[in-house]
Design a binder for this molecule. Sequence first.
Ligand SMILES: Cc1cc2nc3c(=O)[nH]c(=O)nc-3n(C[C@H](O)[C@H](O)[C@H](O)COP(=O)(O)OP(=O)(O)OC[C@H]3O[C@@H](n4cnc5c(N)ncnc54)[C@H](O)[C@@H]3O)c2cc1C
Ligand SMILES: *[C@@H]1O[C@H](CO)[C@@H](O)[C@H](O)[C@H]1NC(C)=O
Ligand SMILES: *[C@@H]1O[C@H](CO)[C@@H](O)[C@H](O)[C@H]1NC(C)=O
Ligand SMILES: *[C@@H]1O[C@H](CO)[C@@H](O)[C@H](O)[C@H]1NC(C)=O
Ligand SMILES: *[C@@H]1O[C@H](CO)[C@@H](O)[C@H](O)[C@H]1NC(C)=O
Ligand SMILES: *[C@@H]1O[C@H](CO)[C@@H](O)[C@H](O)[C@H]1NC(C)=O
Ligand SMILES: *[C@@H]1O[C@H](CO)[C@@H](O)[C@H](O)[C@H]1NC(C)=O
Ligand SMILES: *[C@@H]1O[C@H](CO)[C@@H](O)[C@H](O)[C@H]1NC(C)=O
Ligand SMILES: *[C@@H]1O[C@H](CO)[C@@H](O)[C@H](O)[C@H]1NC(C)=O
Length: 591
Amino acid sequence: MKTTSLSAVFLSGLLAGLGQAAEQSFNAVPGSASYPTQAEWQAFNQSIGGYLQKTVPWAAVCYPTSGYYNKEACDQVNAGYTTGLKREVVYGSTEQIQYEACGNHNCQLFSMVPGLSLNALGTCELGRLSAYYVDARDPATVSATVKFARQHNIRLSIKNTGHDYLGRSVAPNTLAIWTHNMNEMKYYPTWTATNCSIQKENIGEIGAGAFAGDVYEFFAEHGMDIPGGNAASVGLAGGYGQTGGHGVFGPSRGLMVDNAVEFEVVTADGQVRVINECNDPDLFWAMRGGGGGNYAVLTKYKFQTYPGLPVSMHVFRANISMISESLSNNSKIRALLSAHVKNQINWSANNISGRHYYASNFVEFYTILPYADDGSKLKELTTDFVNEISSIPNLNPTENAYYHYDNYSAYNAQAQPVAARVTPNGYAAAVSSRLIPRWLFTPENATTLVDAFVNALQDNAQINQVLSGTTSVEVLMTTPANIPDTEGKTSANPSWRTALWHPVFTGGWTVGSTLDQQQQTYQKVFDAVNHLRDLTPGGGSYVNEDSILVDNWQETFWGSNYDRLLSIKQKYDPDHMFDCYKCVGWRGADE
Ligand SMILES: Cc1cc2nc3c(=O)[nH]c(=O)nc-3n(C[C@H](O)[C@H](O)[C@H](O)COP(=O)(O)OP(=O)(O)OC[C@H]3O[C@@H](n4cnc5c(N)ncnc54)[C@H](O)[C@@H]3O)c2cc1C
Ligand SMILES: *[C@@H]1O[C@H](CO)[C@@H](O)[C@H](O)[C@H]1NC(C)=O
Ligand SMILES: *[C@@H]1O[C@H](CO)[C@@H](O)[C@H](O)[C@H]1NC(C)=O
Ligand SMILES: *[C@@H]1O[C@H](CO)[C@@H](O)[C@H](O)[C@H]1NC(C)=O
Ligand SMILES: *[C@@H]1O[C@H](CO)[C@@H](O)[C@H](O)[C@H]1NC(C)=O
Ligand SMILES: *[C@@H]1O[C@H](CO)[C@@H](O)[C@H](O)[C@H]1NC(C)=O
Ligand SMILES: *[C@@H]1O[C@H](CO)[C@@H](O)[C@H](O)[C@H]1NC(C)=O
Ligand SMILES: *[C@@H]1O[C@H](CO)[C@@H](O)[C@H](O)[C@H]1NC(C)=O
Ligand SMILES: *[C@@H]1O[C@H](CO)[C@@H](O)[C@H](O)[C@H]1NC(C)=O
């Protein structure tokens, strides 16, 4: 027994050496010469403490022929089908259901078609999910997994919450690393960087798998705010924190990547590294905007936190039909947008953020200011706006009120149900967006911007929105308006720095639509944003919330940072062990 396993280890080492010398393509699939045998999978599983798992799709319990059928468990899957926080606690599910599917192969439910029972269709199949995943608990396991995949020439994929709109957290025939259970959190009132003289106060540390909602609560107990996003279900250290990460604190504190101070990562050579402005500074820069999924596996994320502030908010809600209203020049939609555009430069200068939702049959505006007062400042800065929109004829708002919260937790307690209602998960969402620069909000350009936006809104409102009551367009005022990154410390798209709006357009479908219909929905959502692309030649967008159809993606997603990002990719991952769709260094669908 002992002899066998020793010689297996020796042989593995030899093969690993050979593998590194030859060019690696990481394309082994079952049947390939280098693909692990059952015995090799088992030996690997033992070597990592039993954390290798065979994937069972989340809804397999609803499929009578899957071998996992269980009525009670299926009822629970059905009940949580559109809830992000339910979907992401298993590897075998993604937040956007099209990425669980591969062509017609999937294991989805018919849960969102009104009038149909919540039945499973056909046979349960993996779709784009990996057959095996490693439920990683520490960097050593990640390192062993990277080495095993290299030795057997298998591609890796990295999945955290599975929120990615481009489906980059899953890829067929990969060995998946699931980061969900690396979720420890720590707070350092004072902190010194590893191997580096940089010292800071109020540093937070989160494991790769921590959910936003848990992170808010943990740091609230220390009286600190963090540069998080909207939905509690997003993973802050994964795609969010390695690519951008915008939220309510955007104008005053910047993006999540602006606040990063140190990462623990496992690189493609299997090495565990602690990277910051002193150690591997080029990789640290690249992973502050150029990730995730394509430089290394991040295991820990350290970032700046801030003493907690009260949050003031104005809410305006009205029922209004986007389609019939937005045609005429004196429409209510145009009046709402004109009032908003007129105030935006002032609001951004004053660190106001927020999210204005436009659905096909309602608008809901949340205008938000984290600020240490009783709410007076937000009132002062929004009085003209509120007066103007309150006097739009026949709009009859269902809500038009100010709120004040003592802290972010209290604010968040009302924000989460709104997010769950207007931006649910568990259907196939197709999004597209564009960063809208400050100069388009000037009096000279305001009408041009409003015209383009009305056209874009109207085009998008005509797309099937799947769930009635969900948003069609979110106008997000969460850009880093007052955090210019003049020293170029991050690699996030430079277009963020001039932007005041990040509008996200959404359409979608559910199980039962044809591939042709799906393609058309992607195209229509993408095309609606052309009205805004035309206004912003050479401009950019946020890769995490734009369409799979963007073709000049290198420039659109990373602008002038792309070339340097590519050279750093070539240095740390020369043979493309990590590769993902339209990520830095992506070589096209054939690779
Ligand atoms: C409902 C909803 C709300 C959202 N709200 C916001 C918002 O308010 N602000 C905002 O900025 N964005 C928001 N997003 C977009 C979000 O930032 C992206 O979906 C992001 O990719 C999510 O990251 P994740 O790690 O949670 O997801 P995943 O899909 O698991 O991962 C995303 C990408 O990161 C990679 N990755 C994950 N973990 C690691 C790791 N440890 N190391 C290396 N690579 C890794 C994956 O391989 C994949 O390429 C939202 C998305 C949804 C669906
Ligand atoms: C790995 O080992 C654990 C613990 O023995 C076991 O539960 C799990 O099913 C194994 N994984 C695979 C893929 O066999
Ligand atoms: C710190 O620096 C030393 C010497 O350069 C190096 O050997 C060590 O690996 C570094 N430690 C980390 C955590 O980077
Ligand atoms: C936040 O404010 C609420 C309501 O005012 C209060 O009950 C709660 O204890 C506060 N939470 C923290 C973490 O300070
Ligand atoms: C906005 O936030 C920035 C950065 O935190 C701060 O320097 C500035 O004073 C704030 N502006 C106002 C008007 O409060
Ligand atoms: C607005 O629309 C919602 C959802 O359709 C409906 O429940 C509500 O009664 C409407 N309110 C008014 C004032 O028309
Ligand atoms: C709106 O006004 C513009 C110019 O003010 C005009 O060109 C356009 O035709 C008008 N559109 C509609 C639908 O009335
Ligand atoms: C913003 O608007 C407020 C209220 O209307 C006004 O007092 C202030 O001078 C404006 N600030 C800027 C920077 O324009
Ligand atoms: C209006 O927009 C154009 C580009 O479309 C820009 O060149 C110009 O500077 C803008 N005007 C102002 C006052 O910012």
